[in-house]
Design a protein around this ligand. Structure first.
Ligand code: SF4
Length: 225
């Protein structure tokens, strides 16, 4: 499968297609939207490594005010001494264009939104690959990405997360009073550093990097893809 076909398959997944045949018009709209994202997206990202402090059942990061509440993130990082905070964004142009299409064609808006989701996930995959390439020499790897709002990790940690990375200044990524990322087509995520052997564990939805956007499952066993 070519890179473009893989990308299109991902877009269709986010649009709710499951092996159905798509008509020529939709196919064309997706191709156009993928091209449009290529022009509109201004990729920016930052990541930093932190040692994990575990004290009185509280999980925090050395040199940061960020407290990682909830049992799910504790489980996710249970095999890590260090973790990496990642923030990435496609920039404001993509949001502006989606809003514009919402006024004139909801179909185009929904398709552009799905293409943007695929694009930001691709950037996150690229960042993780870049980090893993560096970690390989130490026989280390990464867990899947885990974002504020997953499981019982509260979404309201978003502001402290962004402050820890100084993401506002460094990549122009902030959050609203309701912890919604601005620009919206953005991702914040935590990955744990683990021994390479640990990284071969069975995939589950809770540890999957598509958990935030996957419409097929919200927990339990993964799809195994
Ligand atoms: S593992 Fe779960 S969350 Fe991930 S893509 Fe499969 S069904 Fe979706």
């Amino acid at each position: 499968m070519s890179i473009n076909s893989k990308k299109k398959a991902e877009v269709l997944r986010y649009l709710g297609y499951r092996n159905q045949k798509i008509d020529n018009i939709t196919d064309r709209l997706i191709e156009d939207a993928m091209d449009e994202i290529g022009v509109l997206a201004k990729e920016r990202y930052i990541y930093k490594t932190f040692s994990i402090n575990r004290k009185d059942d509280e999980l925090s990061l050395h040199g940061s005010k960020l407290i990682l509440d909830g049992n799910d993130i504790k489980k996710h990082l249970s095999k890590s001494q260090d973790c990496i905070l990642i923030a990435a964004t496609l920039g404001h142009n993509v949001d502006t264009k989606i809003r514009y299409y919402e006024k004139i064609s909801m179909t185009k808006a929904v398709i552009l939104d799905a293409c943007a989701t695929v694009a930001i996930e691709e950037i996150c995959d690229k960042i993780c690959k870049e980090i893993e390439n560096k970690l390989q020499a130490e026989n280390k790897a990464l867990t899947y990405r885990y974002s504020p709002g997953y499981g019982d990790l509260p979404i309201h940690v978003q502001n402290d997360f962004l402050l820890t990375l100084d993401a506002g200044k460094s990549i122009g990524l902030t959050a609203s009073s309701h912890s919604i990322l601005i620009p919206r087509k953005a991702v914040t995520a935590i990955v744990g550093i683990i021994d390479i052997e640990e990284s071969k564990e069975k995939r589950s939805c809770m540890s999957c990097n598509k958990y935030d956007t996957c419409i097929f499952s919200r927990g339990g066993n993964g799809c195994g893809d």
